[in-house]
Design a protein around this ligand. Sequence first.
Ligand code: ADP
Ligand code: ADP
Ligand code: MG
Length: 467
Amino acid sequence: MQTVTADFLAAPRPIRRVLIANRGEIACRIIATCRRLGLTAIAVYSDADAQARHVRLADQAVPIGPSVASQSYLSAERIVAAARASGADAVHPGYGFLSENADFVRAVTRAGLIFVGPDADAVATMGSKIAARRLAEQTGVPLVPGYTGESASDEELARAALEIGYPVLVKASAGGGGRGMRRVRRPQDLAEALRAARAEAQGAFGDPTVFLEKLIQNPRHLEVQVFGDGKGGAVHFHERDCSVQRNHQKIIEEAPAPNLPDAVRDRLFAHALALTSAIRYAGAGTVEFVMEAGGDQPFFLEMNTRLQVEHPVTEEICGVDLVEWQLRQAAGLPMPLTQAQIRPRGHAIELRLNAERPETGFLPDTGQIALLSAGPGLRVETGADNGDEISSHYDSMFAKLIAHGADRDAALDRLLAGIDGTRIAGIGCNLGLLRDCVTAPVFRRGEATTGFLDQVFPDGWQPDADR
Ligand code: ADP
Ligand code: ADP
Ligand code: MG
């Protein structure tokens, strides 16, 4: 540990103190790596989070304002002020909030601080799905057929949709978290879908720009974890399958992807690395693809220029700490491993625990977690401990359970044993639903597509009284 800390002090951009511009499980996760590396972890918190787990774990904690995120975790000004006041050298953005905001990256850098992530230009380009599609096209990465005409009128979009062929998907260029998307099956429904998607995009991202993609009917979501050295060099940490989703938002992720031909795998890696190298990307990123189930051609979707929620399944199979890699890159230190030294072992599966009631339309739930004990054999990433309050102010995901095994069956067995040893009370939680997902034959066979939930629970999910 001494030598690791010494590495950071002697680095081209020395780092001793890291401010974590986030909350919940990801803030706790980043604090854990800072601790292991001997770096000082500085938390920030809103009024609602004064007693939160990430505040308790950090070496130091700075209040940044009211509970509403726009005045605390989404305020670049307040976070940069907190970083300066606390003597931080670097700012880690986590995921969500300001992590993909190019203006935030610039504000951090202007304040003389190190941003743990890629440069503002990469964040800006990839933050626009339209710009990212253009870049992918130039790089020779296959795209879902689509139409990205700038400031396109409804008439132009209608013509383009006919050309692409229905069904199409209206998507927000600035979209994230599955928001700002509408499926359209018939020409007469396009105008209303455009209106709804633009309104949702304006509300969520402050940008109403939308574009069209062909709706892939039965897709798998595949993605590649990449890491760039900022000079055009890059490695990948293999792929993840995140096909189990609700409302375009992942709920179960695994690595490697089951039932994937090696030829497709090689294509995924080649495309992801081509894109990463083309923009001289620095740090951790994820290149996302969709592919028709049973097909052999993955199509580029987007690149996320940050740590991904599901990064632990990759860490489990590759035996790396991606937060450490990010901090080393930020300090100007070389990548710890070459591609040949990154060898995946076994299989890992992650479940996202949300404070919600799946049996009543997935209404988010709040309250005090009366008991949170995770079964043995699991890696647990949590933002809340026994007795902590889950508030209504932020994302409902409060923890993740991760199982690793020698192969997919072993990982699944460990996961199930872990779920059955896990007790959560005091709040509604989707664990029962997730258990039924991983025991469903389609999932067991490794054949889930993004239509999985509708397929397995056509009438919605209800807790089984016999269980
Ligand atoms: P991933 O592929 O890593 O799941 P998502 O796009 O789903 O990425 O978003 C990551 C996390 O950040 C999710 O928990 C999502 O709810 C949250 N998130 C997405 N956009 C925002 C935002 N604008 N503000 C706050 N949280 C967000
Ligand atoms: P976000 O930024 O919200 O994560 P993505 O473009 O990554 O947006 O898409 C999120 C999810 O929506 C995908 O994982 C997939 O399930 C679905 N999706 C996106 N584009 C398509 C498409 N063209 N056809 C079918 N499904 C799609
Ligand atoms: Mg995505």
